[in-house]
Write a protein that binds this ligand. Structure first.
Ligand code: ADP
Length: 973
């Protein structure tokens, strides 16, 4: 059977039964039956041989025994014959007389036969004296012979086989017992010596004169076929006659051959010449002969009558061969075929006669029992086979039924299980538990139902997950379609696996054409190399990387920014890359234009900065003179008229306003350029406010404005701020509160701490600001009110807001038109401040005084107004010797000659500029120790830093602030 051949369960079980149980059983049974038949056959052969041997032995034994019996019986007759012969010889010697009875029954017949006419009452002999010898009849001889009558009678009676006892003479006298009707039986002219039972005993045939047996012949006396034991009776050498005792074949057959030969065999007697002497009925059938049992004595017998030729074994082709073997040995055993059947023939010679006693047994008969036994065994065998077949039939039927039942008991649950599986397969996951008789199937069904339930649950979860996935998918799709990025999945060699985009024109070919090709092919050569390096780095590090590249897309050359990230599975094993590419062409263009704009802006800024710087320089220089000399005038106000003093005041006010404007513009410009830096440090709030209030109070007083302040809460509070800038902001707020207040108005200044922040509040009862305009007040140069009414620059609040932002603070406003405004700032509080700093700050504020020692000062300046101003400023200091130089060269000479204690240098000198002068001073050993202060109209921080870095001790900007100037002098002289 092929392994994959399909079959029903029933067929499979049935085949299994047949294969495993029935066929081996059947084969074993077959082997046993074969052994049975074979052993039967073998035993049969052995038995046959045994039987054969036994039968042969038995037959030989039988024939030998029977021949002996016959021999003995015939020997007895021979001996009796001899005895009778002797009696006859004796009787012939003596004279004798007829008894009356004999005399009376002896007569001559008309044919000259002397004969007995009747029997004696007690039985007597029959006498026949042939008519052929009539004249020579010796009646005396008859009388003498009749004396043996008694003996003859005795012999006849004692010898059971003896049929007749007789004496025949040479002259044809026959005396015979028992009596017979001689005239009826015997021809009157019979010559007895011509018969075999006479001449076979004569000198010629029997020279030894002993008793012998004749051939079988037909008895002339009417006793049928017989053989005779004959013996000659001599008188001297003359053969007087022959005695004989007849034995009829009938008798032999009945008495001798009626033997119990085993195996239904029969005995037969064969004469010396091969003539069958006695043949029983069975033999007749075999030899196809009719035994001559009856002979019709319808006519008298004159001559020897022998058995016909067909009775001679030598004359028959069937028996010739056997007869030859028979003649060779006295006894023996042979086989011969008669009527097509094998026969066993055992023979033994009957001593004295040369006859052979043969027992013939049909071989079939010997083996008959064996055959019967064999047949019985065969029958048993057949019965066994039949029984086995019957058993197998019944057994097969039983097994078939069992197989059916078994297959049903398995297939039914299997069918149920199958149904269960089908139901589950059809999506009906929750099936009720089936129960079967077979534990395994029961367990299987339970497993399947629980599997169904698990499947059901899993399916539900799967469905849920699918729904979620679908949602996510649609989200993703929406996301992909909503973003302009191209998303690509690549393998480790950079081969496209999938591409998502909502705009295929961003690809170098169509999506279908790209998938399966390598991304390197779309890059320019340098990008391809770089990409391969990046891809390896990302794979090895597991970290995403960003790359920028330009490719030829369907829409032309485009720039992309790609983010290459690895995709790993749950175990962290690398699987693919995802490349998200964003079209940054516009951005690149923008960047380009931005860069250009920036460059332009930078150039513009530089130009502006340069402009502001030069403007500042150019404005500060005259302002230096204006303010300086106005201040000098102020110092000498006592010598001026009131009107002059008012003019001086106006000049000073306008100059200061202009200076403030310049300073604020510069600050704003610096902030915008990102160049204004603040130094944040803990600043004690209270003194700063006090200082500011001190400055503002006179202004307020002018307008009869009252200032209420509640600053107790700020006592000891420090904030992180740039002190100067904080002061600047507060000043701006307070000056605005004064400026935009009404006369006799009110200002409230409050300081509080809340949430780690300090709040400064400046509230006024002034004009207020419209809601719509309130946002604009922090814009530069925004002035809501008419410029003419109230003086202002319009950049104070802008600058304040920028400065607050730089100090990490805020500025806020709340205002109502006509009611007043409320500005407040917030700054982070400094916690745990040490009070030493406070002290230090206080120390710093110590009033400076100039040393009373004699000092010399050199000022190198090309502007005579400035020279004059400085000279004026130090004129009050009598201990300072002032010298000046209009250019660097003269200045250097003076320095080297007088070695002043301090040198002031204007940076913007004709010929050697301030820096050149400094380096020369520092290079010369006699002047290198002298401190040098730069004075320049260039107030740009960059320039200040540059000056300090070059080696100036200080950098003072024009216009000179008198106090600052004097402080610098005091510090360095
Ligand atoms: P200005 O130099 O003009 O004072 P600011 O930047 O300080 O410039 O102020 C901008 C504008 O905001 C002012 O012109 C004014 O109109 C308005 N403003 C400022 N402070 C107040 C205030 N306390 N009350 C009313 N308006 C004010």
């Amino acid at each position: 059977m092929q392994e994959n051949q399909r079959m029903s369960l029933m067929k499979w079980i049935w085949r299994s039964f047949l294969r495993i149980a029935l066929i081996p059983l059947f084969v074993v049974e077959l082997v046993f039956i074969s052994i049975y038949f074979f052993s039967n056959d073998w035993a049969n052969d052995v038995m046959m041989n045994l039987f054969k041997d036994e039968a042969q032995e038995e037959l030989l034994h039988t024939v030998s025994r029977e021949s002996k019996v016959i021999t003995m019986q015939l020997e007895s007759i021979s001996k009796t014959t001899d005895l009778y012969r002797q009696e006859v010889e004796e009787s012939l010697k003596n004279r004798a007389l007829f008894t009356e009875e004999d005399q009376a029954r002896l007569h001559y017949s008309s044919e000259g036969v002397y004969h007995t006419s009747r029997n004696l009452e007690e039985g007597g002999v029959a006498v026949f004296y042939s008519g052929a010898t009539t004249p020579d009849h010796n009646l005396q001889k008859v009388a003498r012979l009749l004396t043996t009558q008694g003996l003859m009678k005795h012999i006849y009676k004692t010898e059971s086989l003896a049929e007749a006892v007789y004496f025949n003479t040479h002259d044809s006298l026959n005396v015979m017992y028992p009596y017979y009707d001689v005239m009826d039986q015997i021809n009157p002219k019979t010559l007895i010596p011509r018969f075999n039972f006479y001449y076979e005993a004569d000198q010629e045939h029997n020279p030894s004169r002993e008793t012998r047996w004749t051939e079988v012949y037909l008895d002339p006396a009417g006793n049928g076929w017989m053989a005779s034991s004959i013996a000659p009776v001599y008188k001297g050498d003359f053969l007087e006659g022959v005695v004989g005792i007849d034995v009829t074949l009938e008798t032999i057959r009945e008495r001798i051959l009626d033997l119990d030969i085993p195996w239904e065999g029969f005995g037969m007697l064969v004469g010396k010449d091969g003539t069958i002497l006695a043949l029983p009925q069975q033999g007749e059938v075999i030899f196809g002969l009719d035994e001559l049992n009856e002979y019709p004595y319808d006519k008298q017998i004159f001559t020897n009558t022998f058995k016909p030729e067909q009775f001679n074994l030598y004359n028959q082709s069937e028996t010739k061969h056997f007869a030859d073997i028979l003649a060779e040995a006295k006894q023996g055993l042979t086989t011969a075929k008669f009527n097509g059947n094998d026969h066993f023939l055992a023979w033994s010679t009957v001593e004295g006669t040369g006859w052979k006693f043969i027992s013939v047994v049909d071989e079939k008969q010997i083996f008959n029992d064996l055959f019967l036994l064999d047949r019985k065994l065969m029958k048993i065998g057949a019965l066994m086979i039949f029984g086995l077949i019957l058993f197998y039939l019944v057994f097969f039927m039983f097994l078939y039924k069992r197989a059916q039942k078994l297959s049903h008991s398995i297939s039914d649950p299997l069918y149920e299980i199958n149904n269960l599986v089908h139901e589950i397969g059809a999506g009906r996951y929750y099936q009720k538990d089936e129960s079967f008789h077979i534990e395994e199937l029961d367990e299987t069904a339970t497993s399947i139902t629980s599997m169904g339930q698990t499947l059901g649950t899993a399916n539900e979860e799967l469905y849920k997950a699918q729904e979620e996935l679908k949602e996510k998918e649609s989200d993703l799709r929406a996301l992909v379609s909503s973003i302009d990025d191209v998303i690509m999945r690549l393998d480790e060699n950079g081969t496209y696996i999938n591409i998502w985009t909502n705009d295929e024109s961003k690809l170098s070919k169509t999506k279908e054409e790209l998938i399966g090709t390598r991304i390197n092919d779309v890059f320019y050569e340098k990008d391809a190399l770089f990409f391969m390096v990046t891809i390896r780095e990302v794979q090895e590090s597991g970290q995403p990387k960003t790359i920028e590249y330009q490719i030829d897309t369907l829409a032309g050359k485009r720039w992309f920014q790609g983010r290459l990230a690895p995709i790993v599975d749950e175990t962290g094993e690398f699987r693919h890359f995802v490349l998200t590419a964003r079209d940054i062409t516009d951005l690149k263009d923008l960047q380009d234009s931005l860069r250009k704009a920036k460059e332009e802006a930078e150039q513009a800024s530089k130009a502006k900065s340069d402009f502001l710087s030069s403007m500042s320089h150019e404005l500060r220089t005259p302002m230096n003179a204006i303010l300086g000399f106005t201040q000098l005038l102020e110092y000498e106000k006592d010598s001026l008229t009131t009107s002059q003093n008012e003019s001086v005041e106006e000049i000073l006010k306008a100059g200061n306003h202009l200076l403030t404007l310049i300073n604020e513009i510069l600050d704003l410009a610096r902030i915008e350029a990102g160049k204004l830096t603040v130094s944040l440090e803990p600043v004690d709030v209270q003194p700063v406010i006090d200082e500011v209030l001190g400055i503002i109070s006179p202004l307020a007083t002018n307008k009869r404005i009252t200032i209420d302040h509640n600053l107790d809460l700020c006592n000891g509070i420090y904030v992180y701020a740039d002190r100067t800038r904080l002061k600047q902001v507060l000043l701006n707020l307070l000056s605005n509160a004064v400026k935009y207040n009404q006369d006799e108005g009110c200002i409230r200044v409050e300081c509080s701490v809340k949430d780690g922040k300090v709040h400064f509040l400046v509230e006024d009862t002034g004009l207020g600001i419209d809601d719509q305009e309130i946002d604009q007040i922090f814009e530069p140069f925004t002035r809501i009110l008419d410029e003419k009414i109230i003086e202002g620059t319009g950049i104070g609040l802008t600058l304040s807001k920028q400065l607050m932002a730089l100090m990490n603070g805020t500025i806020s406003v709340k205002s109502e038109l006509g009611e007043g405004s409320m500005f407040w700032i917030e700054l982070p509080v400094v916690e745990n401040i040490s009070t030493n700093q406070n002290e230090a700050v206080e120390e710093e504020s110590t009033v400076l005084t100039i040393n009373e020692e004699r000092k010399s000062l050199l000022y190198i300046e090309d502007n005579p107004a400035n020279l004059h101003l400085v000279q004026k400023l130090i004129s009050h200091k009598s201990n300072i010797d002032f010298m000046s130089a209009m250019n660097g060269e003269i200045g250097l000479e003076l320095a080297q000659t007088h070695r002043p204690d301090l040198i002031l240098v204007d940076l913007n000198l004709p010929g050697l500029d301030g820096y050149d002068v400094l380096s020369k001073i520092k290079d010369h050993p006699s002047t290198k120790e002298i401190p040098v202060i730069a004075i320049s109209a260039n107030a740009m921080p960059r320039e200040i830093e540059k000056g300090i870095a070059a080696g100036f001790q200080d950098y003072l900007t024009k216009p000179l602030e008198v106090t600052t100037f004097l402080e610098a002098l005091q510090k360095h002289l």
